[in-house]
Design a binder for this molecule. Structure first.
Ligand code: SF4
Length: 272
């Protein structure tokens, strides 16, 4: 079913929303692009920068201490102080969530993500996209992993297992999963709703066939960041888009309708 796009209304997350206080996510993407340009002007070697941000983001206490300290000789605190004020409007609920996080959950690195970490992760995602976009587009086999929470919860979902994992059957015009899958397929990317498909086996098989392999991920900010790190570590070209807010069972104990910026998805996968 090919149809006009679903209504694009602001969604609020447990900790973040890419809408901020706006009725669109365009502002977030404009902001993150500008910040990435500025950060790359400080250090033009993208790979080195991405891994530097990754290592810095592991040190929660140091991140807090670095706020407000602009020692020009120390690149990572300079970057954090540059991005922090501009991204704060998208992460307003983080501190409230952390205050109420039960002790039993503080070791869950996704649930316990701090505000500074969110901002560094957002930058890391944008820089990883810049690093791998061309390689991803040129890969022989490209798959996309989509989160379950992008589907239309008012429909009786017809998605079914097909090869690697579940695929959408396009039953609802209001469903973001449906539109995301259509965009991906039109760019020769196989879309899957990730319910537990064996990624290692798929990558092994593809490499064995001497084909190049790329992955596109859509997930909440921490989940996407960790997935992209794992791909980088395994030399798999990876790109991704953060889902507009974190609204799934991990965060709320139940699923709520979610969305992703379909215009940004088109930009990411388009072969210029
Ligand atoms: S459009 Fe696809 S993902 Fe959405 S409810 Fe229907 S089958 Fe499920």
């Amino acid at each position: 079913m090919k149809s006009s796009r679903p209504e694009y209304t602001p969604v609020n997350g447990k900790t973040y929303s890419l809408f901020g206080k706006s009725d669109s996510t365009a502002g977030y993407y404009e902001t993150i692009r500008q910040l990435a340009d500025k950060v790359l002007a400080l250090n033009p070697v993208t790979r080195e920068l991405v891994e530097g941000i990754r290592n810095f983001s592991l040190r929660k206490k140091l991140l807090k201490k670095s706020l407000g300290i602009n020692d020009a000789g120390n690149k990572m605190p300079v970057i954090l102080n540059l991005i922090d004020p501009c991204l704060k409007k998208y992460t307003e609920n983080v501190e409230g969530h952390l205050r109420t996080l039960p002790l039993s959950k503080i070791w869950d690195r996704r649930l316990a993500t701090t505000r500074e970490q969110y901002h560094l992760y957002m930058l890391e995602i944008e820089l990883t996209n810049r690093l791998f976009r061309t390689e991803f587009i040129n890969a022989n086999k490209k798959i996309a992993l989509l989160p379950y929470c992008l589907r239309d919860f008012s429909a009786s979902c017809k998605a079914a297992k097909n090869g690697f994992d579940y695929q959408c059957k396009h039953c609802s015009a209001k469903c973001f999963q449906n539109h995301t899958s259509e965009i991906l397929k039109s760019h020769n990317i196989e879309p899957y709703i990730w319910m537990g498909g064996n990624m290692k086996q798929l990558a092994k098989y593809t490499f064995h066939e001497k084909r190049t392999f790329g992955i596109l991920g859509i997930a909440c900010v921490p989940e996407l960041t960790f997935g992209m790190r794992s791909c980088r570590k395994n030399n798999i070209p990876v790109v991704g888009l953060p889902i507009n807010a974190n609204r799934c069972i991990r965060w709320f104990g139940e699923f709520f309708q979610n969305s992703v910026d379909l215009d940004e998805l088109e930009k990411l996968v388009k072969n210029y």
